[in-house]
Design a protein around this ligand. Structure first.
Ligand SMILES: [Zn+2]
Length: 278
């Protein structure tokens, strides 16, 4: 593994991207079993977390505005998330610490120490006790959470049922798209996010017909399911603003801007070391 990484580091920038999927798959598969990677993990611990933020300049790989809803072959993608999933539990704690700044109650001047963190009972095994916040990919895979489920309803036959998405497969798909198009999108959601292509109904087989059932209690919205299904656009502007308010995105504005931020922020939650910073 170390050799592999060293090799990768020595390659030219434009070659790095091609290795993403191999790297990604290796990282994911090794997560559950790797014990010999202690040295690598120590190395990643010594790297300041925030310092990794601007390392990706995805300019050269902007190819298309059309999201690759289906990537037939992961190896053909050019996404590179070089440090994906090498976070350790220590870094996860750090991440939690950073979130302490996110408060519904802002500290009063002169009373800055009284920071109240609003927590909730996690509504799903993949959600944390912070509002609108999900666990990292590394955490979820380590807990054997490979599939993410959610409630849906067919617009045609109106059947309600639960469907699920493969976490790793879907995240690679979305992460690749964000990586390739982040600059080009100029912080606005593309039309495919604004008007999502919905799944086919498993009962009546109607295409583009199954919409997610979004919980009226915003604390219980299944954000990771919506991300993986690329169905965040089914949320109302109000729901998306709620998400942004609770995730340090104090932007208000048109739906395409708030929706873009929701995608980027959720990708960042899932892979904090990925190229998902503004
Ligand atoms: Zn149906």
């Amino acid at each position: 593994m170390n050799n592999h990484n060293n090799e990768e580091n020595n390659e030219e920038i434009n070659r790095k991207r091609k290795n993403f999927h191999t790297h990604f798959e290796n990282r994911c598969e090794n997560l559950l079993e790797e014990e010999e990677d202690d040295e690598l993990l120590k190395l990643s611990l010594m790297t300041p977390f925030r310092s990794t933020r601007p390392r990706i300049q995805p300019r050269e790989n902007i190819e298309s505005l059309s999201p690759p809803l289906i990537l037939e072959n992961h190896e053909s993608s050019t996404l590179n998330l070089p440090q994906l999933a090498i976070l350790t539990p220590t870094i996860l704690k750090k991440e939690t610490g950073q979130r302490k700044r996110r408060n519904s109650l802002k500290p009063k001047p002169g009373n800055a120490k009284e920071v109240i963190i609003e927590t909730i009972t996690p509504p799903f095994p993949w959600a944390t006790n912070l509002i609108a916040t999900v666990h990292t990919l590394q955490y979820l895979l380590s807990k054997q959470l490979f599939m993410i489920s959610g409630d849906v309803q067919c617009k045609r036959c109106e059947r309600r049922y639960t469907m699920e998405f493969d976490l790793k497969e879907k995240f690679v798909e979305i992460g690749s798209y964000v990586m390739k198009n982040k600059t080009l999108l100029k912080e606005r959601a593309p039309s495919i996010w604004m008007t999502p292509l919905l799944p086919t109904c498993q009962f009546c087989k109607q295409e583009n017909s199954v919409k997610p059932i979004i919980c009226a209690d915003k604390n219980k919205i299944n954000w990771l399911f919506l991300l993986l299904g690329q169905m965040l656009g089914c949320c109302t502007l109000d729901e998306l603003k709620f998400f942004c308010e609770h995730t340090d995105n104090h932007r208000t504005g048109a739906k395409d801007r708030v929706l873009f931020l929701a995608y980027l922020t959720l990708c960042r939650q899932v892979d904090p070391s990925g190229p998902f910073y503004r």
